[in-house]
Design a protein. Structure first.
Length: 158
């Protein structure tokens, strides 16, 4: 099952746009944009991953609904004609369909490389917690690789 403009209308609590109307075409375009963003991320992060269709539909639907609610990156638009004027205020938006970080995680498409990719959970090891080996180095700074127990950096002799 894939996301339709009728599903978006139900999520928004409003009547679906007439088939073929500009609004209908716009919503279809945004659905395609969300699907394209997800597929591009899948190909770059996990090409072999098969995303659950229900999860995919959820993320596409929610991202497009969020964009429909806040379509513009403008925070306030004012129109004045003669003595009358109207003002429309928007909450902050990027002005395009956006997939939130929580949704990337939900789909299993988070990138694991970067400055904060250190595993802080750890594993059973004789290395001291501050040993360079625990931070991804190819060498040991506490001496376990030489003596079998820490001899440097505050390690004790047995």
């Amino acid at each position: 099952m894939s996301v339709t403009t009728q599903m978006l209308a139900v999520a928004l609590g409003q009547t679906a746009p007439e088939p073929g109307s500009i609004q209908d075409q716009q919503w279809e375009l945004w659905i395609s944009d969300a699907e394209m963003l997800i597929e591009a991320r899948r190909l770059s992060v996990a090409p072999d991953l098969v995303i659950d269709e229900a999860k995919l539909d959820y993320v596409v639907r929610e991202s497009v609904v969020a964009h429909i609610k806040k379509p513009d990156d403008a925070t306030q638009v004012s129109v004045a004609v003669d003595d009358g004027s109207t003002t429309k205020s928007y909450k902050s938006s990027r002005g395009r369909v956006t997939i939130l970080d929580d949704w990337w995680l939900f789909l299993g498409l988070t990138e694991t490389s970067g400055a904060f990719s250190i595993d802080t959970v750890g594993f059973a090891s004789r290395h001291l917690p501050w040993c360079a080996f625990n931070f991804g180095a190819t060498y040991c700074s506490c001496g376990v690789d030489m003596a079998g127990y820490p001899i440097f950096e505050g390690g004790e002799f047995y």
